[in-house]
Design a protein around this ligand. Structure first.
Ligand code: PSU
Ligand code: MN
Length: 302
């Protein structure tokens, strides 16, 4: 495929059948401020390597779908303001125009699958927004999980969302939602959402086996792994609840819609907590990178 560029590292790992972990780039361009975004992106790659897998950060650069970025490419992306945020709907148009953009969970899943990568680590997926009954704002990430066979390691869905509705929709779409090491669904910055998780697994090997079994059954789609943020880094949900409500109200009042909603709320929560949500976000992404590397290693063993 002429538009697909695998980095030498990623190509080598793939050809050897060694474990590879896909990483998204919207978290870099729209999820965190500079320079924390770049520091985190580098640290996530390092964490994947230390855990024995090859990281493949994915982004569209000048009309090429890049699977694995050089450090210079990563640094440039992290410093470029107003990069396009590419989801399933935007990917082909951006590539056809020779454009540049960062990939969301949905677009990163598509790219990872094209490159033969089965495991992907992120922070929190998009989902059903609060007030979706009015706005119809539901992330394309959910549909993607229903159709593209990639196991996505997250800390749940972002807590700015309507988590009960997000879980309901994932169930309707037939997406396995697997909490790791606990019975409840985590809530991104908080380990506990107060909602039961549909499924629970405690080991990377079990998650890899379930991934393989889905393929054997001929079922399309991936798995959502919900890995709770380590307790030392979490912010209790009760503390965040009023701040999330306030930020959501402010977004409404300012008429913020569409792709701008999640970035606005993440930034606003960072401001309202004096940077605590950003710190927690970094910790949970690193935690997810470690688990994703372990799952990728289990997948290539068989
Ligand atoms: N996880 C994070 N921060 C982020 C994201 C995930 O910790 O910024 C990004 C992902 O790329 C996800 C997107 O796909 O937010 C969801 O955007 P939306 O709600 O507009 O679908
Ligand atoms: Mn949306």
């Amino acid at each position: 495929m002429k538009f697909l560029t695998l980095s030498p590292d990623v190509r080598k790992a793939r050809d050897l059948g060694a474990p590879v972990v896909a990483l998204e780039s919207t978290i870099i361009t729209h999820g965190m401020p500079y320079p924390e975004n770049l520091e985190t992106a580098r640290q996530v790659e390092r964490t994947v390597r230390e855990a024995g897998a090859t990281p493949a950060t994915i982004a569209v650069l000048n009309g090429q779908l890049n699977i694995g970025l050089t450090d210079a490419q990563l640094a440039r992306l992290a410093r470029t303001p107003d990069v396009a945020k590419l989801s399933r709907a935007d990917l082909a148009v951006c590539l056809a125009r020779g454009g540049t953009g960062s990939t969301t969970v949905a677009a990163t899943m598509i790219a990872a699958h094209l490159a033969g990568i089965a495991v992907f680590a992120t922070g929190g997926i998009g989902g059903v927004h609060r007030g979706a009954e009015q706005s119809f704002d539901i992330s394309a990430d959910l549909q993607e999980l229903a159709q593209t066979p990639v196991t996505v390691v997250s800390a749940g869905a972002k807590a700015i969302l309507d988590l009960p509705k997000t879980l309901e929709l994932l169930e309707t779409l037939g997406v396995p939602v697997i909490a790791v090491g606990q019975d409840s669904f985590p809530a991104f910055w908080s380990a506990q959402s107060g909602l039961p998780a549909p499924l629970r697994m405690d080991h990377a090997g079990q998650i890899a086996a379930a991934h393989r079994m889905r393929a054997q059954l001929g079922l399309p789609g991936g798995q959502l792994v919900a890995n709770p943020i380590p307790e030392a880094h979490e912010i209790p949900a009760s503390r965040l609840a009023p701040l999330i409500a306030r930020a959501s109200r402010e977004a409404d009042d300012q008429g913020i819609t569409g792709k701008a909603v999640s970035p606005y709320l993440l930034k606003r929560l960072g401001d309202l907590t004096g940077g605590q949500t950003l710190k927690a976000n970094i910790a949970l992404v690193l935690n997810n990178a470690r688990l994703a590397a372990a799952i990728a290693a289990e997948l290539v063993r068989h």
